[in-house]
Write a protein that binds this ligand. Structure first.
Ligand code: FAD
Length: 276
C-alpha cells in the first residue's frame, strides 16, 4: 500500500478570509465594512492577493491560523505516526484504530524502508518476519485474544491511516521541521505530498511551505554544521554560523574593506545601458 496524501478540503475562500483577518488589524473600518467592500467588488481579487503577499513578508503570522486544511493520509507506517502525532498545536488527528480494526491480510501490508531492500538478503528476512508476525497475530485473534491485545505483536512497519485537520500556521511549522533533510525520510515524503497538494489548491500561500532554511522561512540552516555540509541543499543555503561570523567581523570592525575596484564596479554599472 503506497503512501497517499489527499487534500480532502480547505476552509472556503482561504485568501479572502486571510485578507479579512489581516485587514481587520490595520483599518479603522469594522469587519462588516471590510466584508462589504469585498462582497461588492470594491476590493478586487488582485488587491487581496497583493495585500496578503505584503503581509506574508512580515512576521505577523497569527491570521494564518484562520486558514484550515483537511488531509486524508494512508499507507504510512506506525513509525511515522508516532512522530506525526507529536505535533500538538493547531492540528487535529483521527487515526485508524488497532482496537476496532483487525488486519485481515494474509500477510501484513507493511511499509519497508528502501535500505532493507539494498542490504543483501535483508528484504527476504523482513518479509519472512512480517509473515510470521501476521500468522501469530491471526492465531491470537482466532484463539479469542481481543484485537486490542493481539496488536501488541504488531511492528512499527504496520500501515496506518489518518484524517487530519491542520491550520496553516502549524502546517508551516511542520514543513519547517519535516521538509528539512534531517527529518526521517517517510514523514519528509508525506509532508512533501501535503505541500504539493496545497501548492495546487492555493499557490499564493502554498509556496511558503518550505524547510526552515527556505528563502520564505528563516533563510538559513540552524542544524549542526556537519549535517549542513552533508545536506543536498546545504550548498545553496547559508549556515547560521556563517551569518554570525559576518556579524562578529562587523562588530570587531574587521569586515573586509571595499576596494577601489569594488567602488568602480558600482560606479560604472549601467553606463552601457544595461541595468548593471
Ligand atoms: C529531526 C527531528 C528529530 C527529533 N527527534 C526526537 C527525539 O529523538 N525524541 C523525541 O522525543 N522527539 C523528537 N522529535 C520530535 C520533537 O521533539 C517534537 O516533539 C516534534 O517535532 C513536534 O514539534 P513541536 O514541539 O514544535 O510541536 P507542535 O505542536 O508542532 O508545536 C508548535 C509550536 O507550539 C509551541 N508549543 C507547543 N506546545 C508548547 C508548550 N507546551 N509550551 C510552550 N510552547 C509550546 C512551540 O513553539 C512549538 O514549536 C524530533 C523532531 C525532529 C524534526
Amino acid at each position: 500500500m503506497p503512501l497517499e496524501v489527499t487534500l480532502i478540503d480547505y476552509a472556503r475562500d482561504p485568501l479572502t478570509k486571510l485578507y479579512g483577518a489581516y485587514r481587520t488589524c490595520y483599518t479603522p473600518k469594522t469587519p462588516r465594512e471590510v466584508w462589504e467592500e469585498i462582497g461588492d467588488g470594491r476590493i478586487t481579487q488582485d488587491a487581496i492577493r497583493q495585500f496578503i503577499a505584503e503581509r506574508l513578508k512580515t512576521g505577523h503570522a497569527s491570521p494564518l491560523e484562520q486558514v484550515v486544511f483537511w488531509f486524508g493520509i494512508s499507507g504510512v507506517s506506525r513509525a511515522l505516526s508516532h512522530q506525526f502525532v507529536r505535533h500538538r498545536i493547531g492540528i487535529s488527528f483521527e487515526q485508524q484504530s488497532q482496537r476496532y480494526v483487525k488486519y485481515k491480510e494474509e500477510r501484513l501490508d507493511y511499509v519497508m524502508p528502501k535500505s532493507w531492500g539494498k542490504a543483501p538478503g535483508m528484504a527476504d528476512e523482513y518479509d519472512r518476519l512480517m509473515k510470521e508476525i501476521t500468522r501469530v497475530y491471526e492465531d491470537a485473534l482466532k484463539k479469542g485474544i481481543p484485537a486490542e491485545d493481539a496488536r501488541f505483536v504488531l511492528p512499527n512497519a504496520t500501515p496506518t491511516n489518518f484524517q487530519v485537520m491542520v491550520n496553516f500556521t502549524e502546517l508551516l511549522h511542520i514543513a519547517d521541521l519535516r521538509l528539512c533533510w534531517r527529518a526521517q525520510w517517510e514523514i519528509r515524503q508525506m509532508v512533501a505530498q501535503m505541500r504539493r497538494a496545497v501548492m495546487d489548491a492555493v499557490p499564493e500561500i502554498g509556496g511558503y511551505l518550505q524547510p526552515k532554511c527556505g528563502e520564505k522561512r528563516m533563510g538559513y540552516c540552524d542544524e549542526p554544521v556537519k549535517e549542513w555540509e552533508l545536506c543536498p541543499i546545504g550548498k545553496v543555503r547559508p549556515h547560521k554560523e556563517q551569518l554570525l561570523e559576518v556579524f562578529r567581523q562587523h562588530k570587531a570592525g574587521h569586515l573586509q574593506a571595499l576596494t577601489e575596484h569594488d567602488l568602480r564596479t558600482v560606479e560604472d554599472a549601467g553606463q552601457d545601458g544595461e541595468p548593471g
